[in-house]
Design a protein. Structure first.
Length: 530
C-alpha cells in the first residue's frame, strides 16, 4: 500500500498534543535569564513597567537570551525532523510552530522594544479572525500598549488635577475669557436700560471722554469710575492694546436685535402655550413720514390665577393655618380671581369645597356703575367734558392760578378710571361751582397767549357748560354718584353686618326705581331754576 500523501486525523492530533506540551514546557523559560516580575504580563498599569527596565542589564545577559531562543528554535526543528518526514514539514499544519515562533518574537519585542519593532495589531490591524483572541492578548501584554496606557492614565490624572505643562497658559486663557464675559454683561445691561426707557444711544461722535458722545458711552464712562472690570477694559482701549472693544454702534444694534429676538421668542412661546389668540394690525407714519406696521397678539393668560393661588397657599402655610378650615373667600370680580374654571376661588374650592365664594359687593357695585356709563353715549360725553375741564387747568401752573382765583370752594379733581363712585368728588366741584368755573374759562379765552388754550377755553365755556344737556347730566350724575358713594363707604366699614348691607342694597334699588319714575322731571325743573 503506497504511503499516504496527507497526514491522518490521528497523526494530526498527536502532533498538536506534542506542540502544546512543548509550548507549556517553554513557558517562563526566559525568566531565568532576566530579573523581573511575572505581573508584567497580567497587570500592566499597576506595575508601571518601564521599557528600559525590560532590557537586559548587560551584554552578557542579552547574549544568553538570544542563545536560548536559538536553541529553542533548533529543538523545534530537530523534533519535527525526527517525528515527521521532510515532505510533510512544508505543509500548512506547521502553522502552529510558526505561531509559537511569532509569540517568542513578540516577547522579544516586549523585552527589547525599539522603533523597528511595531505591534501589528496597533499599526496594520489583523485579518486572522480565528486567532484574534490570542492576538488581542498578546497586544495587551505588549510594551507599546503598556507604555501608551500608562501615558494616557497619567494625562487623565493631570487634566483632572489641572497639573499639565500648559497649566499657566490655560489659567491665562480662562482669566481672559472671564474678563470678556463680565465686560459683555455690563454692556448688555447698559443696552437694556437705554432700550427699556426709550433713550437715545448715540450722540455726535463715538469716542470715549468727549463731549456729546451719547448716552451709551456716557453711562460706560460712569461705570468705569466704580467698576474695576470696565476700568481695565477702557484702559486697554485707550492704550490701543485691543481693537475689538464692543462699544461701537454696530454691537449696540446687534445686542438690541438679539434682545428683541429673545423677547419675541418668549412671546411666541407664551402664545403657543395659550393656543388661542387674536391679532390687531395697524399702520402709522413715523417721524420720517414712513409707514410703520404694528402687529399685536392677544391671548388668554391663566398664569396670574395659578400664581395668586399658590401665593395664598404659601402664606397660609407660613402662618401655620390649615387651608381645610377655610369657610369663605371674598375677592373682586377679576377673571383671575372669580374665574369659574381656573380662578383662585375655583382652585380653592377643589381643595376645600366648604370655602364658599362671595364676590366683593363694592367692586360689583362699581362695575355696575361703569357699565351704566358705557351704555349711554350722553353719559360718556359728560364725563369727557369733566376730564377736559380738569386737564385744561391742571396742565399749567398759570392756568391753575386762574382757577383758584375764581373758584374759592371745592377744588377740581380728576375723574377716577377704576372707582366710579369716587367720581362724585369731580362732579361735585362742577355741580355747585359751575358759574365760577365758567368765569375762569372766559378769562382764559380772553387773556391767554396760547391759541390752543384760548380755543379750548372758549369752546368749554360757550358750548359745554352753558349747554342745557350738560347741566342736566351734571345734576343727574351727582345724585346717582352721591347715593352710590354713601352705600359703598358703609359697606367698606369694619363693623358692617351682612343684614345691614342687604338692606342698603335694597334701599339703593328702591332709589333707582323712584328716580326713574319721578326724578327726571324734578331734575329738569331744578336745572331750569338754576
Amino acid at each position: 500500500m503506497p504511503p499516504r500523501k496527507y497526514m491522518s486525523g490521528h497523526d494530526k492530533r498527536i502532533k498538536k498534543q506534542k506542540i502544546e506540551e512543548f509550548n507549556r514546557s517553554q513557558a517562563g523559560a526566559l525568566e531565568k535569564f532576566i530579573t523581573c516580575s511575572r505581573n508584567i504580563y497580567s497587570n500592566k498599569v499597576q506595575d508601571s513597567v518601564n521599557v528600559e527596565n525590560e532590557q537586559p542589564e548587560n551584554q552578557e545577559s542579552e547574549d544568553l537570551v538570544n542563545e536560548n531562543l536559538n536553541e529553542n528554535r533548533n529543538s523545534i526543528e530537530e523534533g519535527e525532523e525526527h517525528e515527521y518526514s521532510n515532505e510533510n514539514r512544508n505543509l500548512n499544519e506547521n502553522s502552529n510552530v510558526n505561531e509559537h515562533e511569532e509569540n517568542v518574537n513578540e516577547h522579544e519585542d516586549l523585552l527589547f522594544k525599539n522603533d523597528a519593532n511595531k505591534i501589528q495589531l496597533a499599526n496594520d490591524g489583523v485579518r486572522d479572525w480565528r486567532n484574534l483572541s490570542a492576538r488581542l492578548k498578546n497586544h495587551e501584554t505588549s510594551s507599546e500598549h503598556i507604555v501608551n496606557m500608562k501615558s494616557w492614565i497619567e494625562l487623565e490624572i493631570r487634566l483632572r488635577q489641572n497639573a499639565t505643562i500648559d497649566k499657566s497658559v490655560e489659567e491665562q486663557i480662562n482669566k481672559e475669557r472671564e474678563h470678556w464675559r463680565k465686560v459683555l454683561l455690563r454692556v448688555v445691561a447698559v443696552v437694556k436700560t437705554l432700550a427699556k426707557n426709550s433713550l437715545v444711544f448715540r450722540g455726535d461722535n463715538e469716542k470715549l471722554y468727549e463731549e456729546n458722545n451719547g448716552n451709551f458711552l456716557s453711562i460706560i464712562e460712569m461705570i468705569v469710575e466704580f467698576d474695576p472690570i470696565m476700568k481695565e477694559h477702557v484702559r486697554r482701549i485707550q492704550e490701543k492694546k485691543i481693537h475689538y472693544h464692543y462699544l461701537s454702534h454696530k454691537i449696540q444694534n446687534e445686542f438690541i436685535l438679539r434682545i428683541a429676538d429673545e423677547i419675541k421668542s418668549l412671546i411666541i412661546q407664551k402664545i403657543k402655550e395659550a393656543k388661542y389668540f387674536s391679532v390687531i394690525l395697524d399702520c402709522t407714519p413715523d417721524a420720517s413720514h414712513e409707514e410703520q406696521m404694528s402687529l399685536i397678539l392677544r391671548c388668554v393668560d391663566d398664569t396670574p390665577g395659578r400664581g395668586l393661588f399658590e401665593e395664598l397657599v404659601n402664606i397660609l402655610q407660613e402662618l401655620k393655618l390649615d387651608i381645610g378650615d377655610v369657610r369663605g373667600q371674598w375677592y373682586d370680580n377679576g377673571s383671575n380671581m372669580k374665574g369659574k374654571h381656573k380662578g383662585v376661588q375655583r382652585r380653592l374650592l377643589e381643595i376645600n369645597p366648604r370655602a364658599f365664594y362671595t364676590p366683593c359687593g363694592c367692586h360689583s357695585l362699581n362695575l355696575a356703575l361703569c357699565d351704566m356709563v358705557n351704555s349711554c353715549s350722553q353719559a360718556s360725553s359728560f364725563f369727557g367734558v369733566v376730564q377736559r375741564i380738569y386737564s385744561l387747568f391742571a396742565s399749567s401752573t398759570k392756568r391753575w392760578k386762574v382757577l383758584t382765583d375764581n373758584v374759592k370752594g371745592f377744588t377740581l379733581k380728576p375723574p377716577s378710571q377704576t372707582r366710579w363712585e369716587g367720581q362724585v368728588e369731580s362732579v361735585k366741584a362742577i355741580r355747585f361751582q359751575s358759574p365760577d368755573i365758567r368765569d375762569a374759562l372766559i378769562y382764559l379765552a380772553s387773556y391767554s397767549e396760547d391759541p390752543k388754550t384760548k380755543s379750548d377755553a372758549k369752546c368749554l365755556a360757550t358750548y359745554e357748560i352753558e349747554n342745557f344737556e350738560f347741566l342736566l347730566g351734571m345734576v343727574i350724575w351727582f345724585d346717582i354718584l352721591n347715593a352710590i358713594n354713601k352705600i359703598s363707604k358703609i359697606m367698606q366699614s369694619e363693623d358692617m353686618q351682612i343684614d345691614v348691607a342687604i338692606d342698603l342694597l335694597r334701599g339703593l334699588i328702591s332709589f333707582f326705581e323712584s328716580y326713574r319714575e319721578n326724578g327726571f322731571e324734578a331734575t329738569m325743573v331744578e336745572v331750569q331754576l338754576e
